[in-house]
Ligand binder design. Structure first.
Ligand SMILES: *Cc1c(COP(=O)(O)O)cnc(C)c1O
Length: 433
């Protein structure tokens, strides 16, 4: 036996070291044990000293119980699909964590009997959109459309404009989704133009509904025309409006973005929307409108497969009834405030790297307000920082434009400014070795 082999401690002895206790409660004993076994082998091989086994195990273990990493969104895209869309407010996070345990989500504590699932969240949604007679929440915007197609148009026809046959992302297309639920599509109009008479002529006994889809990720300009909701509402079938991004009421900075309140006022029978775009809440699909239709959908067998979690219900309620969520806060950001923040960050890293504070153009992103740019402020760094900042302890994601890395502050929580400072300093420190 070599000295190294003889000095190697036993696995259970290492595992019982108090320094590994918090890792065990965070990651589970099996995960920690696997790492200990690995480290002990290195010890036997003489690669590390017996006294360093615990420290070495600790440094090899992940710091979080999930492989998902928390990143700073400095892309200048407020709702960034690849970064998980809307970041939740602290209140919504608290609600989620509270809901994670045993809760009264489906229990009436007064009577001890079964209660309506998520009644508090549904009440908050109903209060936020008084124009809706009834509301329902499903897994996401696509699920809301699926439920509409399955529940109201299975084996029947949905009339939809050709210019609204939208591909939402990652290769998924709304027309395919509707057909997968057993609805037939009757396309009307051309790519650029559709008129009320096109809808009128297409409607027959087989027509279940007219669907109006907000082209939320592209803009068609030039010789175009669409039929507004008030005109569609005079047709003899229900009009369902997929507003997409989930503004419940008008937003002063996004005058062209549809909102639920207005669509319902204008006569939509139902409105569908996402919860994690401009509303700034958890991933969810909102269904708002006529109570007979909402009730039919709520009782449809597929509704059970699209049901949201108790955590989602909690986060949605906190988003609707609680403090301003990060997405609407970003939408309301003032350029002056952003510039003050940018200058402060610049001052704190000026000794290690050349940084400029520049005006930038931010986007709403994530299927909302296509073509809209919001004035913003960014820090401009050498482009080589892009990769190093993504690879850091707390990744910072910006974008490279005209040979510079821009870290746009519009979607960065002010509490994360210090994270940017630390990340930039860490990159520079690493480079200087
Ligand atoms: C985003 C979007 C959807 C899909 O919603 P998800 O929440 O991503 O499932 C559907 N329709 C429109 C118009 C959208 O913008």
């Amino acid at each position: 036996m070599t000295d190294a082999r003889r000095a190697t401690p036993r696995t259970d002895k290492v595992l019982s070291d108090p320094r590994l206790q918090s890792a065990t409660s965070r990651l589970g004993r099996a995960r920690v044990k696997a790492e200990v076994v690995d480290t002990l082998q290195q010890c036997r091989d003489g690669a590390i000293h017996a006294d360093d086994v615990v420290d070495s195990t600790l440094s090899a273990l992940p710091s979080a119980p999930t492989s998902l990493r928390r990143v700073v969104n400095a892309t200048g895209v407020i709702v960034h699909t690849n970064l998980g869309r809307a970041p939740l407010s602290a209140a919504a996070v608290e609600a989620m964590s509270l809901a994670a345990g045993a809760t009264d989500v489906e229990l009436d504590l007064q009577t001890g009997r079964r209660g309506q699932r998520g009644r508090g969240s549904l009440a908050a949604l109903a209060a936020a959109v008084p124009e809706a007679q009834a509301v329902h929440v499903v897994n996401n915007g696509a699920a809301a459309l699926l439920l509409v197609a399955a529940g109201l148009a299975q084996g029947r026809t949905i009339v939809i404009a050709r210019g609204e046959l939208v591909e939402i992302g990652d290769g998924f297309r709304i027309p395919d989704l509707l057909q997968s639920a057993g609805a037939r599509l009757r396309e009307v109009g051309t790519t650029n133009r559709v008129h009320r008479r096109d809808y009128e002529q297409a409607i027959d006994d087989d027509t279940a509904l007219v669907l109006k889809v907000h082209p939320s990720n592209f803009v068609v300009t030039g010789f175009t025309s669409t039929v507004p909701v008030p005109e569609l509402a005079t047709l003899p079938v229900p009009v369902v409006v997929d507003i997409g991004s989930g503004l419940l009421r008008p937003h002063p900075r996004l005058p062209d973005e549809p909102n639920a309140d207005r669509a319902l006022r204008e006569g939509a029978a139902l409105v569908t929307a996402s919860g994690d775009k401009l509303l700034g809440g958890p991933q969810a699909g909102l269904l708002l409108g006529r109570s007979d239709l909402v009730e039919r959908l709520r009782r449809h067998p597929i509704a059970r497969a699209l049901r949201v979690s108790k955590m989602t219900l909690g986060a949605l309620e906190a988003t609707l009834a609680g403090p301003l969520a990060p997405v609407p806060a970003s939408l309301a950001a003032s350029v002056d405030d952003l510039r003050v923040r940018a200058q402060r960050i610049r001052t704190e890293v000026a000794d290690v790297v050349d940084v400029r504070v520049v005006d930038s153009h931010a986007a709403v992103g994530g299927g909302g307000a296509p073509g809209v740019t919001l004035p913003s402020v960014a820090l401009a760094l050498p482009p080589s920082y892009a990769q190093d900042l993504r690879a850091g302890e707390r990744p910072v994601v910006g974008h490279v434009e005209r040979g510079e890395l821009l870290l746009d502050l519009i979607a960065v929580d002010p509490l994360e400014d210090s994270v940017i400072v630390q990340a930039v300093r860490a990159v520079t420190g690493d480079r200087r070795g």
